[in-house]
Design a protein around this ligand. Sequence first.
Ligand code: G6P
Length: 478
Amino acid sequence: TGKPALHPGSSDFIVVSNRLPVDRVSADIDDAGWRRSPGGLVTALAPVMAAREGAWVGWHGAPDEELEPFRHDDMDLIPVALSADEVELYYEGFSNATLWPLYHDVIAPPEFHRTWWDCYRKVNRRFAQAAASSAAPNATVWVQDYQLQLVPRYLRQLRPDLRIGFFNHIPFPPPEIFAQLPWRRDIISGLLDADLIGFQRPSDSANFLRSARRFVGAGVKASQVQIKDLDGKTVHISRAAPFPISIDVAKIAELAVRPDVIARSKQIRADLGNPKTILLGVDRLDYTKGITHRLKAYGELLSDGDLTVEDAALIQVASPSRERVESYRLLREEVDGMVGRINGQFDTTSNTAIRYLHHSYPVEEMVALYLASDVMLVTSLRDGMNLVAKEYVAARGNNTGALVLSEFTGAADQLKSALLVNPHDIDGLKSAIMRAVRLSPGESSRRMRAMRRQVLSHDVQRWSEEFLDTLQQEAELQ
Ligand code: G6P
């Protein structure tokens, strides 16, 4: 559409992420066969892609399938194939059973397997090769997230002319925890081959800089990292800094005033019997999200009599995620069991304690849920950012509603007027929930206004511009 078909070596802006930003809607590999996935990242980057000669390198989600590059929505999409074995070792294994738990405060025990690491390296090299062969001279390449931390290294080796950025969407752990990783030096040096390494929170970039000093002996001055050769000559300078990600504010705000979405939100309330208070949790079914802590607190509030099923209902959306990874299977059993016990004890023929939805929904339905809910519960034990918290705020155009937000999320840095909680403190969580339920209209509106000012002025567009502008300046300094 408009632009000439893709040919190798012609892209001057390339995004590399584990997943391509499209979902398959039919088996046909034409425009009609794919739909852009709802994430904020693609919304922010699609205009940059269209304005420059942009390409996106990523896995298309189906194991054992090789696809040719194709165009969709003014983007060149370059699929990277993964075999079923590679999905198991690189994606489910090293990415999601080693790095994910290690980077999230070892909430689940990380597993260290050399076969997983070997496959992670092999697959990272493949992503780097795909980017290297599509990149025009001096192109900018922006690598995303923990699945691809070695891509800057391989890319730099293949194409020293490139400007390389990396953004870590999840937390970066303190060196005391990162130290467990047998391949800690490789990961740090892999990342340091980028010109700019972005993190969510200042604490994440500080953790990374401490690890760079400790594990590879890098020279760190403020946010700058100098890599020296054996003669002590500086061969490369990298920089690590926080760039808190955000959401597509315009999209959420537009949906929040659409008559069909508003009607749907009323329907949701009516279907639950129009209780005084609806509480909402929306998460991928992941042990980092503190879902069991939330359910424990809610169950106790019901048994203490602070809440009743006539007056309140909790909607818990838990979208299926990484279902073949053991810790996720165990979590699902635990959550299913807790919800069953609480509902069994408190439900009546006409009211339910928890409406538990193990599905994922289109963004229209999500916004209807945000509008239907008086209290949003975000109780992560550790979370890089948590975009659900920001979406709830963006949807609440009339300044009503309350946000209970874990201090262990990146979002807590920006949403200081939320009711901040430590989800490990069940009594503290219970009182924060009751405070949210009873918040006066004045206080609720004051808090929501302050949060909306922050979110509305910092959308995902601004995030990507700030990162890419800084990357440009860094490269000019070299
Ligand atoms: C987190 C990660 C993303 C990942 C997403 C969904 O937000 O930071 O990189 O894409 O979870 O997980 P999945 O394993 O399904 O890609």
